[in-house]
Design a binder for this molecule. Sequence first.
Ligand code: 5GP
Ligand code: MG
Ligand code: MG
Length: 181
Amino acid sequence: MMSSDIERVTFSEEQIRMRVQELGAQIARDYRDAAETVYCVGILKGAAVFFTDLVRAIDRPVAFDFMIVSSYGDAAVSSGQVKILKDLDFPIEGKHVIIVEDIIDSGTTMHYLKQMLMGRHPKSIRICAFLSKPSRRVAPVEIDYLGHEVPDEFLVGYGLDYAEKYRNLPYIGVLRRSVYE
Ligand code: 5GP
Ligand code: MG
Ligand code: MG
């Protein structure tokens, strides 16, 4: 069950489940009276697992869309480059948009994405991230819905990968340095 490449579990499956339920309830409450469609935009691939749990915890209709952006590749450090590999399928003008992200690190990706999507004139745009590393921030990002703040350690599991591995771990843990050094 516990991968030997994991040094320590940061958030157990149960801890994740409880926090996701709280975030979903908070989002449902905040958009209770919204007449316009609420678009949950998952940032693939990292947010895929969080996204599917989160949307099921939001007790109101939402529409799905996904984007693929690249900033990291297989490296454990950000290149600072943001490239759109897959754009939204739907126009978001006049809609409520919630960007759903796995983790915000330097903030480069989210800062860029939010600016870009704001240019399409949505009715509102908010950011929901399961994790954030505030000590690593380079670009300013306001996170409207946050699961947990974490220190500067390389995490995997619950969608987070290292070289495409570990995404399917049901918990979040610190990857042993020996795996990538
Ligand atoms: P940012 O643009 O904020 O620096 O990068 C955000 C992206 O970097 C995240 O969506 C994620 O893909 C990747 N990332 C940042 N920190 C970690 C981490 O601790 N573990 C993993 N696996 N990916 C991370
Ligand atoms: Mg991501
Ligand atoms: Mg990655």
